[in-house]
Structure formats: structure tokens, C-alpha cells
Design a protein around this ligand. Structure first.
Ligand code: GLC
Length: 805
């Protein structure tokens, strides 16, 4: 079944059937305020942090229902005719439905009952609020009296309250303010374990139309036992003017007007959260001016058009072009803004994880180096003097309490190295960055509640010293085979029991460490620290030798050893015999001896590669293994238990591209590309953004189903692989390396890319159908020696012609 299609220029996805297999989401956000919204306006909003400041009600089970959300109900007075502009939640019969998923906006239009309703939802770039721009038109031949209700369900506060929901609603205060003709909602105070604080936040819901009625009390508006699917207030055409103290709250604003045939009415609802009622009032007044609201919409569209404009590719594959030029960039921005916590799938841990932030910021470097720089320095400030790191941070409560993820110290170095390669700005290495100090509670245990008030500093040091401390920590934090301890997890979060006793080791982490040590050695060299460079290279060699000694299983690299020194990812195991990441990263870190490479690649092809992509491991675990952890709890083929984990698959694609194996790299990329999915009843997820995983081959019935869309490292790695490796316009310390690695059937392709203050329009020709290998490069009509373009930094456009062969 077909649910929609891309607009001609690819920049909108137009959903024509609202009943998609799952909520198909979009993110409307300005990094302070975020609305997660589906094609039927389901979803929730939050301010600054999806966990602590969740404004609207949403829990995991709603993935199936796609409700509740931000609804606009239309009712014809004196009749029983009612519909919701977003189809949900009333699901009335409609004449036509369309949802335009755009960058920063979502326009939903439904025709029903001789009326046409349209709502454009968006978030202005400069205020913590969202605007619903509503139009209702009378398309019939007779005059109609219309009631319109804006509707939402308040959650207010921390997602943790879900476990004691009926207590937490006792703190609700939802009132209608007659002077401001708006609803205001708040909880009396913040509640965290051991810590109750004054709550400065206020949530608001308003409109520029005359308010005829309102409700703040859920049961009053919906009617006893009803849900938003059968709201009594809407069917009866009237509100009850309720307030809500200590019960479940809603925001309902009713307006009414008469429409002659052909006549239409346009107005706004404004929903937001901010500090202080004055500020709320200011925002309400600003956007009650419908012209200001429409301007804000244009500004939001312009913002995203500009943000997504750097880097353009043109290849023989239109799907590939569209996903790289448009959608993956938007997805990557959303990942950079919100990391991995808010979506329809995630229940909302809030905050931003360290590992993900490093990869997201590295991936967006060529598009927005300033954003990347700020984020990388933020991550650096999570480092303690001993090189360990807090695992992430939240904008409302500061660094995460310290769960020791052993891989974290290895992630920032490659990102900083990429930053220097992209920008040439080696001064960043001398930037003074705070060291993080742990807080302790009496008795000497580390504090394990949220650190209200942000990080505690322990003086400052240079960024380079931070990186050095991180890698030295991991290099020294080794176990029996001299490989780094796996602790509570490596890249694979679900290996959470393999090293609890601090004996288990991660082969993947050892490989990642080697890659980082080599990167840091290069950084040391460019700032003249040659002793340190030599030391780092020595350490890289020592670790590579240990990996090749104790981490090689015969036909592939192991994943690690658990606390009982039982190998995992080994031919000796019954399940989980081979893990993808050790193989891909061995190539990325350049540690594979020549004679082992083909054997290892053959094993990947034989055991991990299938019709829907590459499994993270094989075969899946069917029996729980307490020596590994939750990886063996997931149903086989889901999440880290042998799904086609798109992020990891893209590591392998990067490895293939590094080896010059373009045909296979491209073949695997196509398998997980969302806009190449043909069978939507199987795939189920959005066709315009990457999923975290496709269910793997060992699942009993759902092999190929997409899940956990939007927030995944796949976006960033896909973008890097496509631009830096496939199209091959690759940043290096001394300039831009031109080294395409393209499918042999492509005769030509093109990439336009900014680099250090100039723009390069690079056209690649492939007369002999090779996969890689540059025969000649011309820059502005002149042949250059080799394939490295020295930075022009002259603000001009330079034309580059590349012949492969
Ligand atoms: C999720 C996490 C990522 C982790 C991966 C594997 O995608 O966001 O940090 O590496 O799962 O566990």
C-alpha cells in the first residue's frame, strides 16, 4: 500500500493516507523548544529537556495508538457533523487528507462535511513555543455556523512522574486567565528525589480568536470515561468553563464563527512554556498578531532552507540525492539538537549522550562547523582529570551522574581531529576547557541524583590535555589480555553485564582506542608535540599487537571477553558468534594484517549480510546470558540482539568505502535507505528518515521492519560516508582530498562542497566504470599533481574536474 510520496523537489513528504502503519513523525524545534508531531498531529512537546520538562502527555504505549496530540476539532453548530483536522482522534470519514511533512513545519489538511480544515504546525526559531496556524473554509453551497476547539492534554513536568501519575497530577494547577483569555498550566514545584525546588516554569495555551468557551479539566470536557476520540464537549458544541486543580488537565479553547459559501477564516493557537508569566504574556501577544505568526512561519522555513543548503550531490540515483541533500541533513540537525531521547519510540530519558554527541557533531562539520565546535567543547568539559567522563548532560540539570561507559573517553579525539581537518583551526587544541569535578555525599559515595545547578569545575586545562587524559585512561584501564575493560558497555549499550566485575574486555574498544591514538598522534604532530606523538604511536602499536594476538578468532575478530574470560563474538560460542563492529572498525583503525583481510571480509558476507542489510551479530541470542546482559534479553532480531543496526551497518559501509569497494558499499547503503523501501506493510516506518534498525533475519516474522526512527547515528555516518567517502570530497589536515569511491555503473556524479572559505564544485567522470582510483584532477582548468587540493580560502567558487580510471 502507498501512503504518500515526495514533492517534486523532494523537500516535502506528502502523506495521503492518515492511517500509516505507525505514527510517522516530524520534529519542529529551535533547540530550546521541541514538538514531536505525527502525520495526524499526535505527539508531545517539551522545553529544553524531554524528560524533565515534558509539557504534553505521551507514553510508550501510544506508539500503537498515535494519540493523544494537538488537535483542532471542527463542529457544525446544530448538527452532529464533527471532524478533526488531523483525522485523529475522531477518525471521521473524510473526502481528502494530506499531511505535508516539511523542514520545521507540518501542514495537515482534511476535507470533510463541506468544509476544508488546514493546520500548519511550526516552532518559531526565536521563542519557546509552537504555533498552530488554522484555516477553515466553507466549500459547500450553504452558510455554516462553526465551532472550533483547540485541544491538548497536559503532562507538565518530569517523565518520571509517569510511575506515580495520580500523585503527580495532584500538583497540577490549570486555570483560565480572563484578562489574557488564555490557559496557564504549571505544577506547584519541581519534585526530584531528595530535592524539591520552586518551579519557575509556566505553560500556556492561547488564541487570537474570541474565546467562547474553555476547559482545563479533562473529565469535564471529555465526559465521564471518554477519551479524546469521543469528546463530549466537541459533540455538544460547548465547553464547561472548568478549571483544574490537582486532577488531569487539558487545554481547550473554543471559538465560533459563521462562514458563507467559499468563505474562509484564519487564526492561530499558541502553545508554549517559559519562565515567568510576563514572558508568557509577551509571547502570546506577539503571535496573536496573525501577520507576525505568518512571518515567523516564513522565517522558520527560510532558516531551514539556509541551514540545509551547504553540500549538494548529483548522482544517477535520485533517491540517494534526495536523502543526502535534504532529509538526512535535517535528521542530522535533529540528532545534534536532541541526541537520542525524544521521539515516538523513546520514553524520554532526556539530556544528550556523550558518544552520540561526538558522532553527531563530527558528522555535521562540513555543513555547520560552528555548531560542531560548540558541541565538541561542551563534551570536552565532561572530562575529569583522570580522563574518565560523565556520560552526557542535560540543559536543565547539568552533567549526568556517572555511570561509567568505558568507551566514552575514546570518542572525542576523532571528532576533534575531524574538526581540525575540516577547518584547519588547530588553535582549538589550546582552548582552555574546565575539568569536571565529581560531587560526593557523606560517606564517600558519588552523588547519584541529578546535579541541579550544573557542573562543578576542577580548574581548567587545554583541550589537547583533555584528549590525552582520556586516551591514557583507556590505554591503562586494561584487563587480563591487556585489552580495555568493557565495564558497563562499549559502543554496544546492551553489553551491560559483560564487564560488571571489571574483568571483561572489549576487543571493539581496543580497536576504537587504536584509531583514536593514531588520530591524537596526528594532532600532536601538527602542534609540534613530537614526543607525545611518538608515545601515542607506540601505544597504538602495542594495542594493535594485543588485538591481533588475543582478539583474533581465526576467521574474524572477537567482540570481547566477559568477566569469566569467556570470549563472545567467537566461533566457540553457540550464539553471537560474530559481531559486525569488530570487523568494520578493524578496517577503520587500519589494524588488519594483509593476510587476514579477505578472510574477515568473507566472514562478514557469509554470516552477517542478508537481503535487508547486515546484522549486528549472528546468530541472535535466544537464551538469556547473564554474562552478557540485556543484549540477550531482546527478542531475536530486535535492537542490539542481531538487528540490522543501521548505525553499525554504516560503519561497515565506511570500511568498504575505505577499502575502495564501492559496489558493495552502495549495495548495502541502498538496503537500509528509507526512501528505497518498497514494502511499507513490512517496513512500517517513515520513508523519509533513517531508522535505528531494521528487524534482523532471526526474528520469527518481522525481518525487514524499521524501528526507532529519527534519533540514530546512522544519519551522521550516512552523510559522512556519502560525501567524504563515496563522492570522495574528503577533509584532510593539508587540504581537500579528492578520492571518489563510486558504484562502477555510475558514469558521472557531482558534489558541491564548502571547504575552508571557498566552494568546490567537483565533477567526477568515470569512463572506464571503475570503483575508485583517480587518474587526473583539474582545478579551474589546470591539472594538479596528485589529488589533494590545497585550501584556496578566497571565498570563490572553484571548478574541479576529476577523471577516474
Ligand atoms: C543507540 C545509542 C548509541 C549506541 C547504540 C548501540 O543507538 O544511541 O549510543 O551506541 O544504541 O547500543
Amino acid at each position: 500500500m502507498k501512503y504518500g510520496y515526495f514533492s517534486e523537489n523532494g523537500k516535502e513528504y506528502i502523506i495521503t493516507n492518515p492511517n500509516t502503519p505507525r505514527p510517522w513523525g516530524n520534529f519542529l524545534t529551535n533547540e530550546k523548544y521541541c514538538a514531536v508531531i505525527s502525520q495526524t498531529a499526535g505527539g508531545y512537546s517539551f522545553y529544553k529537556d524531554s524528560k524533565t520538562e515534558r509539557m504534553l502527555y505521551w507514553i510508550g504505549q501510544n506508539l500503537h495508538q498515535g494519540r493523544p496530540g494537538r488537535y483542532v476539532f471542527v463542529q457544525e453548530e446544530g448538527t452532529k457533523k464533527t471532524f478533526s483536522i488531523s483525522w485523529e482522534p475522531i477518525r471521521a470519514k473524510y473526502d481528502s487528507f494530506e499531511c505535508r511533512v516539511g523542514f520545521g513545519y507540518q501542514t495537515i489538511r482534511t476535507k470533510a462535511n463541506g468544509l476544508e480544515g488546514q493546520t500548519t504546525y511550526f516552532v518559531p526559531m526565536d521563542e519557546p513555543c509552537e504555533i498552530w496556524l488554522v484555516k477553515v473554509k466553507n466549500t459547500s453551497k450553504k452558510t455554516k455556523k462553526i465551532n472550533v476547539f483547540g485541544y491538548l492534554e497536559w503532562f507538565i513536568g518530569s517523565a518520571d512522574y509517569i510511575t506515580f501519575y495520580n500523585i503527580a497530577i495532584l500538583w497540577n494547577r490549570v486555570h483560565f486567565d480572563k484578562d489574557l483569555q488564555s490557559i496557564f498550566a504549571r505544577k506547584t514545584a519541581f519534585y526530584e528525589e531528595f530535592n524539591i525546588k520552586n518551579n519557575p516554569y509556566i505553560l500556556f495555551f492561547s488564541t487570537n480568536e474570541k474565546v467562547y468557551g474553555w476547559d482545563c479539566h479533562k473529565a469535564n470536557f471529555l465526559g465521564r470515561g471518554n477519551t479524546c476520540q469521543n469528546p463530549k464537549g466537541v459533540f455538544e458544541g460547548k465547553c464547561t468553563q472548568s478549571i483544574c486543580d490537582g486532577e488531569e488537565g487539558v487545554g481547550v479553547l473554543q471559538t465560533k464563527f459563521t462562514l458563507k459559501p467559499g468563505q474562509e477564516k484564519e487564526f492561530v493557537f499558541i502553545l508554549g512554556q517559559t519562565e515567568g508569566k510576563r514572558n508568557a504574556e509577551r509571547i502570546i501577544k506577539k503571535f496573536r498578531d496573525i501577520k507576525a505568526a505568518k512571518n515567523a512561519l516564513e522565517q522558520t522555513k527560510a532558516y531551514w532552507a539556509e541551514a540545509l543548503s551547504p553540500i549538494k550531490i548529483e548522482t544517477p540515483d535520485r533517491d540517494f540525492d534526495n536523502i543526502i541533500n535534504n532529509w538526512v541533513k535535517y535528521q542530522l540537525y535533529i540528532c545534534n539538537m536532541w541526541s537520542r531521547s525524544p521521539s515516538f519510540y523513546h520514553e524520554g530519558q532526556g539530556g544528550r549522550g556523550l558518544r552520540d554527541s561526538c558522532q553527531d557533531s563530527e558528522s555535521i562539520l562540513s555543513v555547520n562547523p560552528n555548531l560542531a565546535r560548540a558541541k565538541m567543547l561542551k563534551v570536552a568539559s565532561l572530562t575529569r582529570r583522570d580522563g574518565t567522563m560523565a556520560p552526557g548532560w542535560s540543559d536543565t540539570y547539568g552533567p549526568y551522574p556517572n555511570r561509567p561507559f568505558k568507551d566514552h573517553p575514546t570518542w572525542l579525539t576523532p571528532s576533534i581531529a575531524a574538526y581540525v581537518r575540516e577547518t584547519g583551526d588547530k588553535d582549538i587544541l589550546f582552548e582552555e576547557v574546565p575539568w569536571l569535578k565529581d560531587r560526593w555525599i557523606e560517606g564517600g559515595t558519588k552523588i547519584d541524583i541529578n546535579w541541579v545547578g550544573g557542573a562543578v569545575e576542577d580548574g581548567k586545562g587545554t583541550l589537547f590535555d583533555h584528549l590525552l587524559a582520556q586516551l591514557n585512561f583507556t590505554f591503562n584501564d586494561v584487563s587480563v589480555h591487556g585489552l580495555p575493560r568493557v565495564g558497563e558497555a562499549d559502543w554496544n549499550d546492551a553489553l551491560d553485564m559483560a564487564g560488571r566485575r571489571q574483568i571483561g574486555e572489549s576487543v571493539w574498544l581496543a580497536i576504537a582506542l587504536v584509531r583514536s591514538l593514531k588520530n591524537l598522534a596526528e594532532l600532536a604532530e601538527i602542534i609540534g608535540k613530537n614526543d607525545i606523538k611518538e608515545d601515542l604511536l607506540k601505544k597504538a602499536q602495542i594495542m594493535s599487537d594485543r588485538i591481533n594476538e588475543s582478539g583474533w578468532d581465526g576467521r574474524w575478530y572477537l567482540a570481547g571477553y566477559n568477566d569469566d574470560l569467556i570470549p563472545f563474538g567467537s566461533s566457540k560460542n553457540k550464539e553471537g558468534k560474530i559481531f559486525l563492529n569488530s570487523q568494520s572498525w578493524a578496517v577503520l583503525a587500519d589494524i588488519v594484517p594483509k593476510e587476514r583481510l579477505q578472510t574477515m571480509l568473507d566472514s562478514v558476507e557469509k554470516y552477517l549480510t542478508g537481503t535487508h542489510g547486515m546484522a549486528l551479530l549472528a546468530p541472535a541470542y535466544t537464551v538469556f546470558d547473564p554474562g552478557l546482559g540485556r543484549i540477550a534479553m531482546f527478542s531475536q532480531g530486535t535492537k542490539e540482539n542481531a538487528a540490522v543496526f543501521c548505525h553499525a551497518q554504516t560503519f561497515m559501509v565506511a570500511a568498504y568505502a575505505k577499502l575502495g569497494m564501492a559496489d558493495i558499499a552502495y549495495r548495502e547503503m541502498c538496503k537500509i535507505m528509507p526512501n528505497k523501501q518498497k514494502n511499507m506493510e513490512l517496513y512500517k516506518a517513515e520513508p523519509y528518515v533513517y531508522a535505528e534498525y531494521l528487524i534482523g533475519p532471526d526474528h520469527p516474522y518481522a525481518y525487514g521492519e524499521g524501528a526507532y526512527t529519527w534519533l540514530t547515528g546512522t544519519a551522521g555516518w550516512t552523510f559522512m560516508v556519502a560525501t567524504e567517502w563515496i563522492l570522495g570530497a574528503r577533509r584532510e589536515f593539508d587540504g581537500l582530498r579528492i578520492d571518489p569511491c563510486i558504484p562502477s555503473k555510475w558514469k558521472k556524479c557531482k558534489i558541491t562542497r564548502p571547504f575552508r572559505g571557498a566552494i568546490y564544485e567537483i565533477e567526477v567522470e568515470n569512463p572506464n566504470n571503475v570503483q575508485h582510483g583517480v587518474k587526473s584532477v583539474e582545478v579551474d582548468g589546470e591539472k594538479i599533481k596528485g589529488n589533494l587540493i590545497k585550501p584556496h580560502s578566497d571565498g570563490k567558487i572553484h571548478k574541479v574536474k576529476v577523471i577516474l580510471g
